[in-house]
Design a binder for this molecule. Structure first.
Ligand code: HSE
Length: 314
């Protein structure tokens, strides 16, 4: 039996879709994340005692909260002999497109798992965390949950029995991420999407996803560059993000392999060679600053990324 009374987990931010893998591909952004502390409680069920950090107003009713819903899913499935009391410290801005709701859900189940007599493996934790994501966005997509839990660039196939595959990223590549200080609700960015995809766009998108993944496996930077284009989702969403076209053009002009929307936005990301990442970042920042938009920015190496983990316990 785990003797731990409490555990704190760090769960990283993430960037979903990666242009061509809508709802199924994402990468962890370890530079920021949420910290969730779960303690044993004599009170059965799940309670949320505090939400702090850059949280804004988040519900503390567990059924309405992404981390609460994920932890309830774990509690209901495993019926531990104690309840869970949870404190959430948000390090990821809400409505940023950086997987904030996913990170809270992942952090909750990873912290609670450390208290269990028979801890679960990651595939089971993934399924609990997915229940939480559904509260935030209204759909059970996995492209933020999986990279936050596993780290790195992650492809997930399936919802009922998700299969997770960590994709190798060529060592020369860095992810450049720029977060304009705007709020965009994932629900809204999903609601505007058309339900049908023209056949020609389907063909391009499939080719690009296959090209991108094969390029990652074979260190083929030219293939990654050629296939780094979302012809389905980005054209529909870009109007929601002021300055998107200018930022993308600037990134490509500075040598980026590609540039697109991080998750549902408004954060934007590019992949660039390590030697050009600084220039790409400067180029992406310029049109936003010129328009008076404040930004946060990061350059991330995806290879050492570990995913969510317990960082303190007692
Ligand atoms: N794949 C999701 C979307 C990610 O683009 O709507 C949301 O964070």
């Amino acid at each position: 039996m785990s003797a731990l009374r409490w555990a704190t987990a760090f769960a990283p931010a993430s960037s979903g879709n990666v242009a061509i893998g809508f709802d199924i591909l994402g990468f962890a952004v370890d530079a920021l994340g949420d910290r969730v502390t779960v303690s044993r409680s004599e009170r059965p069920g799940v309670t949320i005692s505090a939400v702090s950090g850059i949280a804004g107003e988040l519900p503390t009713d567990p059924a309405q909260n992404t981390a609460g819903r994920a932890l309830l899913a774990l509690y209901e499935a495993l019926a531990p002999e104690f309840g869970f009391e949870m404190r959430i410290e948000k390090g990821i801005p809400l409505g940023s497109g950086l997987g904030g709701s996913a990170a809270s859900a992942v952090g909750a189940v990873v912290a609670a798992n450390a208290l269990l007599k028979s801890p679960c493996e990651k595939p089971e934790l993934l399924k609990f965390a997915m229940q939480g994501e559904a509260v935030a966005s209204g759909s059970m997509h996995v492209d933020n949950i999986a990279p936050s839990l596993y780290g790195g660039l992650v492809l997930t196939v399936g919802i009922e029995q998700p299969r997770v595959k960590r994709i190798p990223v060529p060592s020369a590549i860095r992810a450049v991420i720029i977060h304009p200080h705007m709020f965009l609700a994932t629900r809204q960015a999903r609601a505007i999407l058309k339900r049908e995809v023209p056949l020609a766009d389907f063909v391009w998108q499939t080719a690009n996803l296959a090209g991108f993944i094969s390029g990652c496996y074979t260190d083929d930077l030219d293939m990654i560059r050629a296939s780094f284009e979302d012809v389905v989702i980005e054209p529909q969403r870009q109007a929601l993000i002021p300055g998107f076209a200018a930022v993308r053009a600037a990134a490509i002009g500075a040598g980026a392999l590609g540039c697109s929307i991080s998750g549902a936005g408004p954060t934007l990301f590019a992949w660039a060679l390590e030697t050009q990442a600084g220039e790409v970042l400067e180029a992406m920042r310029a049109p936003l600053l010129a328009a008076g938009t404040q930004v946060d920015e990061w350059i991330v190496d995806l290879r050492g990324s570990e995913g969510a983990r317990v960082v303190a316990s007692g």
